[in-house]
Design a protein around this ligand. Structure first.
Ligand code: H79
Length: 465
């Protein structure tokens, strides 16, 4: 489309007064300009229509990372635990008696809480029930192979003992413990990769960080200085004081220049050559691509990629968000993602007391129970040859294709969608003694299995090929 054509379309859209008014009002609520709000609205609508690719170009994978064996552990892991934990767990969605809509960790921006007031939450952040061993063990029992926790989110508060700020767990809270240190020791003990989320662009607390226009004047801010003198020293601390780190999960690149993305990526690799960098470092410099929040690509993608996703509707804990996805839905999402070549990073938001909400625990354990039986068809697999079918997904290993059947066909007659390899046998992964008859019928391979679905959520049928 030419610019002229685009302009014509834009001019032909009649902006109703109501829409204009609501846009302006929304923009004001979010501290954005009207055009930013409009852009956000259009992007949101396009996402809803699935008209935008799930993986934005600038969050893609660096070409040189594509066949890099440094990623092998992560490629095989498939399922990780995301933890959003910080000061926002204290207000937990409510500010001055008002329920603030939207994702909980954004409360500072959404309610435009001044830095001086937001800082006060630190005095109330005393998670006496925090137990690193319990969190790590939950991830393990859920079948998650890595754990990514917010070392610093957009609100700027640090969960670790940083020497370049006092705005951290050790210096600013009554708790005074370095929770990342405790998690790093526990992760090493229990054999799970520890990874850090780090908000490199937005920092609503730092005078030169991005995003806070209610305490600071954006025109006066020196973002480059913040990156050099704050972000880099903190990333250095995170990669120096906590043992081997699986990856740094940068987020919302926004104003990051290509030079800044490159230099951050290189800093990480200098400090820990095996540490990966998420696609959201920006400018296509990530070791792997990052899909949009909660977005799952429609088709298999020949890249290393990950979907970060919420278990309810928020990342940081909110007392009144009870909209938990079911265990079934999340197992099917995991299968769907893995069948398309991705990883599923599933978030929990612990309370300010340090407790992972019980509904999250229950669901994670449910997923772990399914994975205990069916993990062979998930971990270390590649996308299978059966794609684009609604009732089933497929993954593969040499000599085997795994059919993950969501809707068990009536009578147990499974018509295998056309694929290149010849099927020489079939059995249930949950019970190898249950062998399915394999027959050729009118050019199709038909399996005969149990009449009733052996697993109501997803039954894995193993095809020897
Ligand atoms: O950490 C989680 C989110 O806090 C973070 N990414 C995941 C992993 C994230 N950063 N930015 N976004 C997500 C996009 C934010 C969109 C919204 Fe809003 C925040 C919608 C409503 C509040 C920004 C502010 C757009 C409209 C208002």
């Amino acid at each position: 489309m030419t610019e002229k054509e685009a302009n014509e379309i834009v001019r032909s859209i009649e902006l109703s007064e109501e829409l204009a008014e609501r846009l302006t009002k929304t923009a004001r609520t979010y501290g954005a300009s009207t055009s930013e709000a409009a852009e956000y609205l259009v992007r949101w609508a396009l996402d809803r229509m699935e008209a935008r690719p799930a993986i934005a170009e600038d969050r893609g994978q660096r070409a040189s990372a594509k066949n890099d064996p440094r990623l092998d552990w992560w490629r095989n892991a498939k399922f990780g635990m995301f933890i959003h934990w910080g000061l926002y767990a204290v207000p937990a969605g409510t500010w001055k008696g008002e329920r603030i809509r939207g994702i909980g960790e954004w409360i500072m921006l959404r309610a435009r809480i001044p830095v001086a007031e937001y800082e006060q939450f630190a005095k109330e952040f005393n998670p006496v029930k925090f137990d690193a061993a319990e969190w790590v063990s939950l991830a393990k029992r859920a079948g998650q192979k890595y754990l990514t926790i917010t070392a610093k989110h957009h609100d700027g508060f640090c969960l670790f003992d940083s020497k370049v700020t006092d705005y951290d767990m050790v210096d600013a809270t009554p708790f005074g413990r370095d929770v990342l240190k405790e998690l790093s020791e526990e992760c090493q003990k229990q054999g799970i990769r520890l990874c850090f989320y780090y908000s490199q662009t937005q920092d609503w607390h730092h005078p030169d960080g991005n995003g806070n226009n209610w305490d600071y004047d954006p025109a006066e801010q020196d973002f480059a200085k913040y990156v050099e003198e704050y972000v880099k020293p903190q990333v250095t601390e995170l990669l120096t004081n906590y043992g081997p780190i699986g990856l740094i999960w940068f987020d919302t690149p926004k104003t990051m220049t290509e030079e800044q993305s490159v230099s951050l990526m290189e800093l990480v690799h200098e400090l820990q050559p095996d540490c990966l960098v998420s696609g959201r470092v920006g400018n296509q410099m990530g070791d792997y691509a990052s899909a949009g929040d909660n977005r799952i690509p429609a088709e298999a993608i020949d890249l290393d990629w990950e979907t970060p996703a919420t278990i309810n509707d928020t990342w940081g804990f909110k007392t009144y968000d009870h909209n938990w996805k079911s265990t079934e839905e999340m197992i099917q999402k995991l299968v769907d993602i893995v069948s398309k070549g991705g990883n599923y990073l599933l978030n929990v938001g612990p309370t300010a007391e340090g407790v992972i909400p019980q509904p999250s625990v229950d669901r994670l354990l449910g997923m772990g129970a399914w994975l205990d039986v069916n993990g062979e068809a998930i971990y270390s697999t590649k996308p299978g040859p059966i794609q684009g079918v609604s009732w089933c997904r497929s993954t593969a290993k040499p000599g085997k294709v795994y059919m993950h059947i969501f809707d068990w066909p009536t009578g147990g007659k499974i018509v295998v969608p056309a694929m290149d390899q010849a099927v020489t046998g079939a059995y249930l992964l949950q019970d190898a003694d249950v062998v399915l008859a394999v027959e050729e019928q009118d050019d199709a391979v038909v399996l005969t299995g149990p009449v009733e679905a052996p697993d109501a959520i997803a039954t894995v049928v193993v095809l020897n090929v």
